[in-house]
Design a binder for this molecule. Sequence first.
Ligand code: FE2
Length: 307
Amino acid sequence: MIKVEDIVYARFRAPDLDKMEAFLADFGMQRYARTDTALYMRGVGSDPIVHVTELGDPGFVGLALQASSEADLESVATANGASVETRTEPGGGKHVLVHDPDGFPIEVVHGLDKLDVGEVQEIAPLNARLDKPRKGAVKRMKAGPAHVHRLGHIVLNVTDYPKSYAWYHEQFGLLKSDEIYIGDENTVIGAFTRCDQGEKFVDHHTLFLLGTGKPGFNHAAWEVADLDDLMLGRDVLNDKGYTPVWGVGRHILGSQVFDYWRDPWGHTVEHWTDGDLFDASTPPGKASVQELLGKQWGPEPLEDMAG
Ligand SMILES: [Fe+2]
């Protein structure tokens, strides 16, 4: 078993790379590289790629996970009868390609280029009830797309949740943060999972496996700079006439502020900020599907989020 550090990018297919690039620019990413057959987008974080689009029929392809070392890539390769290859796509590095129990291609990557973290506008701090650090200064910000920093998590609908969780745990060390039950507490249908990085604090969820009986892409979620950045980005997506799905609200499980939209081919993509961080010592929690789909504040979803 290796312990992956994080998720890196999501890979999609779409028949029009110009249209995808325009959407993703409005969503808060920038072009890192483009070929005749693929588009590679970055955020303002150090990862060269947070979103890949291959030219073709629209759909979700798979995802990439970050390994700590090349030795870890070798371990994954040996355990799966695969081989470590040099990546031929932009971003450099090496990878091993494996397939999860539903056949989703999972790239385990290491040694991708690291970019300088991009600047994001400094917005004067919040004046809270008893703590008002903004004195003698006004709060002004520049309108424009959000600043996607990195990919934070992906939710996959899976055929058999226990089987998928066992695979991701055994292959990559993913830990359960919260299991989700429907009706009876013993009827577990999925779980939020996070990376095991020992004492280091990591996102409450990196991969959510939802046992719907039918494999499919549910959504992918990119972290933005902060709440103002998320709201500024929302204005751009609204003004451009893209399709909203759910938000703005604050989730219960993971606690992040969320805003869900559709890309031009209907893939659900999320902006989020201010999520919970756990280290490996936090035991798994249990929560109902109502808590999963509920929120601490915010509107009801406009569309079915389980789909
Ligand atoms: Fe999400």
